[in-house]
Ligand binder design. Sequence first.
Ligand SMILES: Cc1ncc(COP(=O)(O)O)c(C=O)c1O
Length: 304
Amino acid sequence: MGTTHDAEDDIRNEDILIYVNGALKPRAEAVVSVYDSGFLLGDGMWEGMRLYGGKWAFFDAHMDRFFDSCHAVSLDPGMDRAGILEALTMTAEANGMTDNAHCRLMLTRGVKAKPFQHPSLSRSGPTLVIIMEHSTPSTDLQQKGIRLAAVPQVRGLPHAQDAKFNSHSKLNCVIACLQAEAAGADEALMLDPLGFVNTTNACNFFIVRKGQLWTSTGDYCMNGVTRAKIIELARKNGIPVFEKNYSLYEAYSADEAFLTGTFGAQTPVASIDGKPIGDGNRPIMQRLQQLYKAAIAKDTGASL
Ligand SMILES: Cc1ncc(COP(=O)(O)O)c(C=O)c1O
């Protein structure tokens, strides 16, 4: 069983230092209260970012999403983006990381006075945690691709829990992932409430048909930083790209399909519901991978 977040094993991750509210703690001591809003309710927001040549790729786009999400749920980070960058830098330096490193930046509403829901019970906080790990995505997956299963769990309407929130509560996605696993697949392909193909449980989803790149309208999926970058790069480089409704019918017979996310960049899809996608050649995805790599190099100054 593979997942899009498969990384090469790295023993050094046993000894990382984790940022917890300004302190750097060894992994075993990096803990938060059982009264924490994140633990009790999934009441928090997070970002996944990667470090290239000591710089966080597309930092501003990640911070735009992070601060917009926090603002939308009245969660005060207690610091501006320069403060967040300082905390990230402190964590990266403490771990001696400059490349092939992934962080999960997590902010919750803090420690509650009682184990109940009301936000006003979150009286001390917020809680800010940064886990940084040495991380190199599995090269194996680039060759063999990922197996998807379309699952019954759908993406919700924005007035239930907007899929744009990168919230600690990922139960909708976790249920989808369990369904995919039960179907013998690696990851779930999720539909929108009308039955159109939307996203996977952890990444955004694209197909290629006759040289055109298609992805969902974006109405029910994470506003992925990688998704936006791929759309921008396709537009700039003469690859016709459409954000539109389409069904499994068109996904099954796509020439190529791939996922996007900060961790894996672009991950090819081998099959959907057991049906192989295309003939195994992925010229458009590979072109976009090169363009994406160049965009990261430009953004971070790293030589890739
Ligand atoms: C459900 C979901 N879709 C897509 C993504 C990919 O987003 P990004 O490209 O910003 O990493 C994520 C990552 O947080 C996610 O949780």
